[in-house]
Design a binder for this molecule. Sequence first.
Ligand code: UD1
Length: 418
Amino acid sequence: MEKLLITGGKPLEGEVKISGAKNSVLPILAASLLSDEEVIIGNVPHLQDVTTTISLLTEMGATLSIDEKMKVCINASSVNKFYAPYEMVKTMRASILVLGPLLAHFGEAKVSLPGGCAIGSRPVNLHLEGLKAMGANIKVEDGYIIAKTKKLKGAKISFPTATVTGTENIMMAAVLASGKTYIKNAAKEPEIIDLANCLRLMGAKIQGDGSSNIIIEGVKNLKGCNYDVLPDRIETATFLVAAAITRGKLTLTHTRPDTIKIIIEKLKKAGAKISVKNDIINIETKSKLDAVNIVTNPYPDFPTDMQAQFIALNSISKGKSKVVESVFENRFMHVQELVRMGADIDINGNTAIIKGVKDLTGAPVMATDLRASASLILAGLVAKGQTIVDRIYHIDRGYECIEEKLTKIGANIKRLPK
Ligand code: UD1
């Protein structure tokens, strides 16, 4: 397995162009299944999860081309297999996003049930209950969700927990259903608005996205479109922490500062100097930061996808801090690895208590999931000596050209072959 070798200690300086958002492009790629016309998607990040989704759509029979600028052009009129196999779903849970569009457009779908994953059990019961309320006939057999319908009907769906991909699946099912669908306690993440913007361009009638009440009026069919995905707020925030942890100076371009207000607020509170203009964020950190307390929760609160990176930052900041993980039950796998690098962290249930240490030291560490990998790389960038991050395939799922981008701003980071 490939590894990353990082020699820490250099402040990062320079400019980083932020890529398109992983969590936007995946549902938007799935949305292409809703139309018989060409859907062209721009600002597509070069990520393993995108490659997996593209293979999935191709396997289903979609016609697909990608140009040198990563513009993806999909025509789903030739889709004739309505099937997402276990081999694909197990590497990428977001494959579940094809369920709603397949049912809505073709009336049937067979999608592997995602299993547990490193960060918790992550069920899809709410996706299934929502689709059942819309009239789908759903059974689970041999680890597969088998869903059929003559025609989905609008319904009133109230989620007991706000779910991001659950909201997206129901939205995509509802755009072609007969009548109106009301989603209560919908997720409010910027990626939901991005999907709604793309669907509206295809002719869908959606209101209220970005709030907890979404109303969708079904239409007969959707047309093609040409749409650029939103910049990645988690990549943006990860590079802000990279500047903060190495006491560097970065300019992030092609981003959307309004989608990470809480991150900017926390970093400013910790002592980083940040300025924002249009799609650019400047950050400068000259001295050690103060540790900050965090509680993860759905948007617009602090994102669970930035928890691991902030634990790395807090572990070498001044003072004691508390980080509470409220979204996933088992998302502290990076902590033991950070402790091996000299961090002082205690876990009690869903709370991590971090006492800032003077220095971290390089060590061989193991990445367990996507955001955990990012936190170990950040720790490696500031640690004394060399850090080897193993199982780096996780990072390639969600960060485009991570070592190229880091090298360009002065990091000493190298990919070691298998
Ligand atoms: C999405 C993001 C992921 C992010 C997460 C939380 C994508 C592709 N992934 O994941 O990066 O970490 O949101 O912001 O967009 N739940 C249920 N039943 C369900 C569905 C969810 O109980 O049917 C629970 C989950 O266990 C979790 C909570 O709801 O505790 C939120 O999960 P959810 O928003 O669904 O996460 P994902 O959509 O899988």
